[in-house]
Design a protein around this ligand. Sequence first.
Ligand code: G1P
Length: 277
Amino acid sequence: MLNKCLFPVAGYGTRFLPATKSMPKEMLPILDKPLVQYGVEEALSAGIRGIGFVTGRGKRAIEDHFDVSYELEDQVRGTNKESALVGIRELIEQCTFSYTRQIHMQGLGHAILCGRSLIGNEPFAVVLADDLCFGEGASVLGQLLEIFAEHRLSVVAIEEVPDERVHQYGVIAGEEVSKDLYRVSDMIEKPEQGTAPSNLAIIGRYILTPDIFEILQQTAPDTRGEIQITDALVQQAKQGKVLAYRFKGQRFDCGSLAGYVDATNFCYEELRSKGEK
Ligand code: G1P
């Protein structure tokens, strides 16, 4: 139903220095697979094959990851290592990848606007690879797509976070129109302590209608000079055109050390319970 998914991957990953000094944070592995691959797999599992990356300086490893490495293929051919490349080969065969660069780091909204040339004039998904999501049943993107199919409006994934964490997220205000589905009336990006309208935080999965690009173009930078996707979405929300869904499943904030370690432990337990390693 959707053709394209945008991955903003230009960010520096300063919280993981020195590991991210010369390596994209999106290439940090959870077990033996880089974070960004989980995100692309999630898009493909939701039937989306057009993958667009908004990259930046020092991010070439991502392009190389989603390409064939002939030397490596040659080395492992016929050995027991070959099976480790099956998953990524399938992704490469089933998806098409396109890239553009965000020259100046001016926020998530700006990154999405940079991706306009890769998307064109159609609804699209956005995945923030830092947020590693494991949906219950369908993937989180798949769950958002079901809602989009019915309503044809922008949809964001939300989860309840403890009060002391609310200031780290975009937060919604809205009315619950059916179980776990909210019609958003307002949104605030990283509200100051005590000013949040709820503790329903936006997490890094979005489906956006293409009018968002025009809105982003008109959206003023915040006090830190960044254009926020949350501020653009507010314009759609004021017209009743944004839904938020409290997804079913688990999400790990792999942009933080604690979340990264939790995700690693979670995946390792899953693997062990399947008896695979
Ligand atoms: C971004 C968004 C924020 C959202 C968060 C989810 O913030 O701006 O609204 O809640 O992703 O991870 P960032 O974490 O990039 O600062």
